[in-house]
Design a protein around this ligand. Sequence first.
Ligand code: ADP
Ligand code: MG
Length: 322
Amino acid sequence: PKIQNKIAAGEVVERPSSVVKELIENSIDAGASEIQVSIEESGMKEIRVIDDGEGIEAEDAPLLFERHATSKIGNDYDLFQIRTMGFRGEALASIGAVAKVTLETMNRDSEPVKLQYDGGVIAANEPGKARIGTDITIRELFFNTPARLKYVRSLRTEAGKVIDIIQRMALNHPAISFTLLIDGKEKLRTSGKGDLKAVIADIYGINVARLAVPVEARTPDFHITGYIVRPEVTRSHRNFINLAVNQRFIRNFRLSQSIINGYHTLQPKDKYPVAVINMEMDPKIVDVNVHPAKTEVRFSKEHELNALVEQTVREALREETL
Ligand code: ADP
Ligand code: MG
């Protein structure tokens, strides 16, 4: 593979869970309503994502593993708009450079194709199945980059990260049905019926969902929606706080802390809530270029947002106890 693809691979695809995230984002961008993910040996042996999205035109398929092949016109500003999650055409090139890939896809305007790529180069071309959507399999991740292999943590940790990412994506997209199979066993399934509370039930259990309290606030800059749940019914863990900006999950220590602070006003200080909070805002407020994996973000109105989130959570719980 081209050397620059190998370098970029280090940024975008640092581990199996980052590959899973990029592939799911592509399925979401393609308008899928069902996304099935399966991994073998925590993704190091195989990662497969099948979607019922719009598929890829036959003539575009051979180019996908070239750097900056993207059908999404865009820039940083677009990143936090709902419509497309990818924008740089970097993911597939990076993945292709460090793995063996099979892509089977069909678009309504063209014939099905099935291509195999080895280190980003086409190795085989066969007739594909006539089914609109995309079925992509990544095998032997990092097979040609032994130095990276060493850095991938234990297989168990990796599988945990894949589960974590799919849970967060499912919570941000209640209208998409997600299925996750690990070594052939079903670990997660969401119905895709569009009801966030149902997804909370699928992930954290019906007893958690039943106690979920709606959270909502609107200011000129922000629209906050979601649920917060008292943790008496569950194991308490900071990781059960799910944050998203314009339906894209993010990590932000300060905002998580704001949720915890709002929660602790009325609740025991030794526990953490389950929270699923989406924050709609103008993408101009979001600074995304903190990390290529795009989950760490900053905000230009950070103080205002933190205060709003804390207050909204506090009020939602207070109303509930009245
Ligand atoms: P980006 O998402 O930033 O455009 P990617 O490397 O992730 O870049 O994908 C390259 C292109 O491949 C996308 O722009 C899209 O046109 C196409 N593509 C990838 N995965 C899918 C999919 N599951 N369904 C339809 N098109 C896809
Ligand atoms: Mg993409």
